[in-house]
Design a binder for this molecule. Structure first.
Ligand code: WT7
Length: 647
């Protein structure tokens, strides 16, 4: 696909936009030359108990990494997302909920949301939760989950949402890491016509980790679940005992708001910590400007609240802006591949935001599902989470956007809090497959893999960021050293993203994917090390190496090389047993796609596995194996090639 394919903003987008082309350039310039002045102005979009006098205080100088924004400001996130809207939009719909089962829906107005959040906050208090305590949330896509997050924010507790697809082991690890004494969950969830046994997973997790005193259970499906006396409480019983009045706790701008666990290239998932003021300023500003959101519009982001996209663009960004945010319990393919488009028409959605993997799957199902729907209210389409191939971008623009919607491809990460590189609608022309230009205050740089700054416009290498922005993560919860080493040690003076990228002659950024051992499977982030350690925990496995390979729908698939213990026989049954095993250890998103039996792995004489070779074999790119003469036993490569799995 040619890089020269450029879409100029439509007249409608130009007329609508908050930021035209000249303003984009001028504001961008100001945002990087005068960050204190620029961000002090932007901070005024929130209501503060005490407006900050100090704006930016950050250092990327290794090893003294310190990031503070608005550090003497005082505010409350739930107040900004709810209370301050009550006068003007108390009766406006805040959260519009569409159930997994077609025909089921629900909503809360801002006034109702206020009541529910206050009540939930009082339930937390009544159960011993205090400012600064960690609250684990393992819930399905229901309104109460957003309520629980906002309730935690209201009393100054720190939530840690765990995606409902994670296994009991994964829950236990995360609960233990942050020392959470309370878990908020539901009896069960629904997804794609299936029941997700959430409470059962929590029960199992609690056999593996101590310290949890209370489990509060929201009734969703109403099916019978085990309730442990003294530990487990029904939310509706607790809510009936408390008042619906709970004043918001004044928080320092740098007080923690939430922890979200995400995978890295090594070790266990790390607790990415976001704080109060900078996160909300950045989340609400990016929500408004990169989606060009206007008052009264219906905004739909299809992510799960268990991921950062759900935090910033289902809950905090839209609600801080007084939007109507749509929350969808289901999946794109249930009951069939037209579900998204039915929902867009039914709820008159204006802005729709999904992931490339969903677009590719729907494209594969056939354009007729989208072509049946005119979706006249739609005017902007978002894509986020992984590189989008130009073909899928063009399909999305044509069959969903009907060639009249702006397509916004936004690059960002759990660590960045909000969008970092994305086209300003109506201001920045788009090129299919490119996330285009940086957001205000974001200074991307391209470095050679060895760390040399690429100063010419047209360049290729790894993507790093030169200076801090308000939405940046502050630390790894409980392990600041890991934060410093992971993001700031490899390329001194920069935040290293872990992504590779290309910058074209127009200064557009094209993200090429991770350059580290992080996989992006259907937009879900996974460390190869996590899958490897799950595999070697199986009694029949002696060694395992895991790499990604190109997958038409998922973006990347999980390719595992497995060496069995001496005397163990390989078989198709063992292959499916190992898939089930990994699924159970981590969760369904980590299910291996391909398992190859490898009598030996390619190792150097010092015993280091040469992953480069494993990647190339998995990619079916045997011509580019490079030098294999340094291997301890070069013949293992022939065996690997001969036994490559072809899905
Ligand atoms: C990784 C971050 C975006 C928030 C949800 C995922 C990849 C993300 C794009 C994009 C190309 C993208 C990167 C990044 N990624 N957005 N628009 N184009 N790649 O957050 O789970 O922390 O994953 O997702 O590789 O590093 P995450």
């Amino acid at each position: 696909m040619s890089e020269q394919l450029i879409f100029q903003p439509s007249a409608a987008a130009v007329a609508h936009t908050h930021t035209n082309a000249e303003q984009y350039e001028a504001h961008y310039e100001r945002s990087v030359s005068d960050p204190d002045g620029f961000w002090a102005e932007q901070a005024r979009r929130l209501d503060w108990v005490k407006f900050p006098t100090k704006i930016k205080n950050t250092s990327f100088q290794y090893p003294d990494i310190s990031i503070k924004w608005f550090e003497d400001g005082v505010l409350n996130v739930s107040y900004n997302c709810i209370d301050r809207h009550l006068d003007k939009r108390g009766d406006q719909v805040a959260i519009l909920w569409e159930g997994d089962t077609p025909g089921t829906q629900d909503l809360v107005t801002y006034r109702q949301l206020h009541e529910r959040v206050c009540r939930y906050a009082n339930v937390l208090k009544a159960n011993g939760v205090q400012k600064g305590d960690r609250v684990t949330i393992y819930m399905p896509m229901v309104i109460d989950t957003a309520v629980a997050m906002l309730a935690s924010a209201r009393i100054g507790a720190v939530h840690s949402v765990i995606f409902g697809g994670f296994s009991p082991d994964s829950i236990a690890g995360r609960v233990g890491d942050c020392g959470s004494k309370i878990i908020l969950t539901a009896d069960e969830g629904r997804r794609g016509g299936k029941i997700i046994p959430l409470k059962k997973a929590v029960d199992e997790a609690l056999t593996k980790v101590g310290g949890v005193e209370k489990v509060i259970v929201v009734k969703v499906t109403g099916n019978a679940v085990n309730m442990e006396p003294g530990r487990d409480l029904w939310y509706h019983d607790e809510a009936a005992k408390v008042s619906a009045d709970c004043p918001p706790e004044p928080m320092n701008a740098e007080d923690p708001l939430f922890i979200l666990y995400t995978s890295g290239s090594t070790g266990k998932p790390k607790g990415v910590l976001h704080t109060t003021g900078g996160y909300l300023v950045y989340g609400s500003l990016t929500h408004q400007l990169s989606f060009d959101y206007r008052d009264g519009e219906v905004f739909w982001c299809t992510a799960d609240v268990g991921w950062i996209t759900g935090h910033t663009y289902i809950v905090y960004g839209p609600l801080a802006n007084g939007a109507t945010t749509l929350m969808f319990e289901g999946v794109p393919s249930y009951p069939d591949a037209s579900r998204f488009w039915q929902v867009v028409e039914k709820h008159k959605v204006n802005i729709f935001h999904t992931a490339p993997t969903a677009i590719r799957a729907l494209m594969g199902a056939g354009a007729e599902y989208a072509d049946k729907y005119d979706m006249p209210t739609l005017r902007l389409l978002g894509t986020v989470g992984e590189p989008i191939n130009p073909e899928a971008w063009l399909w999305y623009s044509k069959h969903v956007g009907k060639d009249r919607c702006t397509v916004v491809d936004a690059w960002w990460q759990t660590e960045t809090g909000g969008h970092m590189i994305a086209p300003f609608p109506g201001a920045v022309p788009t090129k299919p497959g490119s996330a285009t230009k940086p957001f205000f205050g974001v200074q991307p740089v391209v470095l050679s893999p060895e760390g040399k700054l690429q100063e010419q416009t047209k360049a290729e290498g790894v993507l790093a960021i030169k200076d801090s922005w308000p939405g940046q993560m502050r630390t790894v919860y409980g392990d600041h050293q890991r934060f410093v080493e992971t993001y700031f040690s490899q390329y001194k003076g920069y935040y290293f993203t872990g992504d590779g990228c290309r910058r074209d002659e127009d200064g557009y950024y094209w993200i090429t994917g991770r350059v580290d051992d992080v996989l992006n499977v259907s937009g879900h982030r996974l460390g190869t090390a996590e899958v490897e350690s799950a595999l070697v925990a199986h009694p029949k496995v002696s060694e395992a190496a895991v790499v990604g390979y190109p997958h038409d729908i998922k973006g990347q698939g999980i390719y595992c090389y497995v060496t069995l213990m001496a005397g163990e026989q390989s078989s198709d049954e063992l292959r499916s047993e190992l898939k089930t095993w990994v699924r159970k250890e981590i969760g369904p998103i980590a299910t291996p796609d391909l398992i190859q039996w490898a009598p030996g792995l390619p190792k150097t004489r010092s015993g280091k596995i040469m992953r480069r070779i494993l990647r190339k074999v998995a990619e079916n790119d045997f011509g580019a194996l490079g030098d294999t003469s340094t291997l301890a036993d070069p013949t293992v490569v022939d065996d690997l090639i001969a036994n490559r799995q072809n899905r």
